[in-house]
Design a protein. Structure first.
Lengths: 351, 239
């Protein structure tokens, strides 16, 4: 039995993949999780389904969690945080805190899987009124509605007749400082648009975008069906402001390809918010002393061919702690770092 | 149907050559476009990428864009589609260069359908567009050939040079000088067999192709109908 434990910080999809991979090598794994359950953002924020296959998030994530918890060499510290870390690769000493009580753990390596948080639309430089109008919501708010089976206008509980998505909220914006594309919002918005069309009979759905970024198979898996089968209307042009008018919301923008300004009344405006480093990601960068990029995400030091090594040997970062990532990225980097971490325990030498 | 905006930007009235009609009438006309069985394979979704415009010869000379046609159709923008029905569709040269669409759309095909709707409903734009073609329609439908040699009179084509006059004066002789015997004709483009003409008449009448022009040119329609009915009756063909 190899010595040297792998500590995984964060129990979302990337952390679960890392823990599972390391544990499959026979290494002892401890997951330190902020919440009282595993599953990460999709579970915490009540996602209805996962992009692009529209599978129930609870079901799919549940299928990751159950076999992990059944492994005898895996344990989880729920409602816990890492508060300090000393030592070096192969011989780290970590202190975690659980409801005011501290515990020391030794670790041969550490995997940081602390993820992202949704951009707060209150910081948007446009005038979308997220905190002002009940019927202006964000992607994750609509996920929760879809999960509950009720897509309604929060202001009056009625079914919306016209819904729009506004892309790139908090992404690709020099003024906000988030110059990056958040990668998944085009796909997620299109997926939700399909779900809204299926859930609300006769509803018109619009997506206002800068450019649609449906990389790889998402093109024909989500974008084309949304447009061709579900008649979601894609309009190239970003909304500049949302105004209340006659009990509805007037969105103002330019229909750029038609070369005309537009003002369209909506019943529900969904802001496609991007990703930012989560509070945990920012905190762990400080506690573990690993380099961040200018946006606060953990920096991978040898890109593009090593996606998970950080500036401190023996510490790896995975998933959306590294930057905007879809689930495939999260699970792939998670598994990669899990194997690298396990190899440190098994060989006692660097990888 | 859905529209992106209730206040779309249109061509200004002095440029727009058509008069407005009630919205319900626009819905009816555009409804016919979407009801066409070819439509599902002519329109998928539009990237609004402009590759069709880049390939379009008409777009170089007119305020015309196959992208706008596909876009308006993809958005079910009835108001804009109606304007296009009365204006833009007649600026297309039907060359189908736009078929290079990465989504598999056929903007030229959508225009074909829209033109047919304009023609069968006798829209002003169709009448204007086809005004100069009444002789051609007559020739095609009555003989199965388009431009016949005797239509090429020098006064009609002054830019064809001085030889046209000589040729037209001795047309029959010039035509007989052509090697293929089927070209020894003056009133048709080439020799058309009687059986072919009869078959054509049956097709024009049975498919409704003849009736398509009823609304745009009732005079030509009446003459052609008479010719066809008489000829078919002579042959004892009943429809």
């Amino acid at each position: 039995m190899p010595n040297g434990r792998v500590v995984v910080i964060g129990g979302g999809p990337a952390g679960i993949a890392a823990a599972r991979t390391a544990a499959e090598f026979g290494v002892d794994v401890v997951i330190v999780e902020r919440l009282a359950y595993l599953g990460g953002r999709p579970i915490e924020e009540n996602y209805a389904s996962l992009t692009p296959y529209l599978r129930s998030a609870e079901e799919a994530i549940g299928e990751m969690v159950s076999p992990l918890l059944a492994m005898s060499n895996v344990s989880v510290r729920y409602e816990s945080k890492v508060i300090s870390c000393t030592g070096e690769k192969g011989d780290f000493s970590i202190v975690i805190e659980h409801r005011g009580e501290q515990e020391s753990l030794s670790a041969a390596s550490i995997v940081v899987a602390t993820g992202f948080s949704h951009f707060d639309p209150g910081r948007e430089t446009q005038m979308y009124g997220y905190y002002e109008f009940d019927d202006v919501i964000a992607l994750q708010d609509l996920e929760a509605m879809l999960k509950s089976g009720q897509v309604v206008r929060p202001s009056n509980g009625e079914a919306p007749k016209r819904v729009c998505f506004v892309q790139c909220v908090g992404s690709r914006d020099r003024q906000i400082g988030n110059e990056y594309c958040s990668k998944v919002c085009c796909g997620v918005a299109s997926k939700e648009a399909i779900e809204v069309r299926l859930a609300v009979p006769g509803v018109e759905v619009f997506i206002f975008y800068i450019d649609m970024r449906m990389y790889g198979y998402w093109e024909s898996q989500i974008y084309w069906p949304a447009q061709e089968k579900h008649h979601v209307q894609y309009v190239k042009g970003i909304i500049t402001e949302v105004l209340p008018k006659d009990g509805r919301l007037l969105v103002r923008g330019e229909d750029t390809t038609m070369g005309r300004p537009m003002e369209v009344p909506m019943d529900l405006v969904v802001l496609s918010v991007g990703m930012e480093p989560s509070e945990g990601t920012r905190a762990m960068a400080g506690v573990l002393g690993i380099a961040q990029n200018k946006y606060g995400f953990i920096e991978a030091v040898n890109p593009p061919l090593d996606t998970v090594s950080t500036s401190r040997p023996g510490i790896f970062a995975v998933g959306s702690a590294l930057g905007p990532a879809d689930l495939e990225d999260c699970v792939s980097t998670g598994g990669f770092a899990g194997a690298k971490a396990a190899s440190i325990s098994l060989a006692g030498v660097g990888v | 149907m859905a529209t992106v905006t209730t206040h779309p930007y249109f061509k200004v009235e002095s440029v727009a050559g058509h008069t407005d009609v009630p919205h319900a009438e626009k819905e009816r006309l555009i409804g016919q476009v979407f009801a066409d069985p070819r439509m599902p394979s002519y329109l998928y979704g539009c990237y609004e990428c402009g590759i069709c415009v880049a390939a379009c010869p008409s777009a170089r000379f007119y305020d015309f864009s196959p992208r706008r046609i596909a876009q308006a159709a993809a958005r079910h923008d009835v108001e804009l589609l109606f304007q296009q029905l009365e204006e833009d569709v007649w600026e297309c040269s039907q060359c189908f260069s736009c078929l290079r669409c990465p989504r598999g759309n056929n903007p030229g095909g959508i225009i074909t359908i829209m033109r047919e709707v304009a023609v069968t409903n006798g829209l002003r734009s169709a009448k204007v567009a086809l005004e100069g073609y009444s002789r051609i329609i007559y020739k095609i439908m009555s003989t199965g050939t388009q431009v016949s040699p005797d239509m090429l009179q020098p006064d009609a084509f002054p830019d064809w040079g001085p030889e046209v006059k000589d040729v037209s004066e001795n047309l029959s002789l010039w035509r007989r000088a052509l090697p293929p015997e089927t070209h020894h004709t003056t009133s048709t483009g080439w020799d058309v067999a009687e059986s072919t003409i009869l078959e054509l008449y049956v097709i024009w009448m049975e498919t409704g192709a003849l009736d398509m022009i009823k609304e745009v040119d009732s005079g030509i329609h009446m003459i052609l109908e008479e010719i066809m009915e008489e000829r078919l009756e002579e042959e004892g063909i009943e429809l």
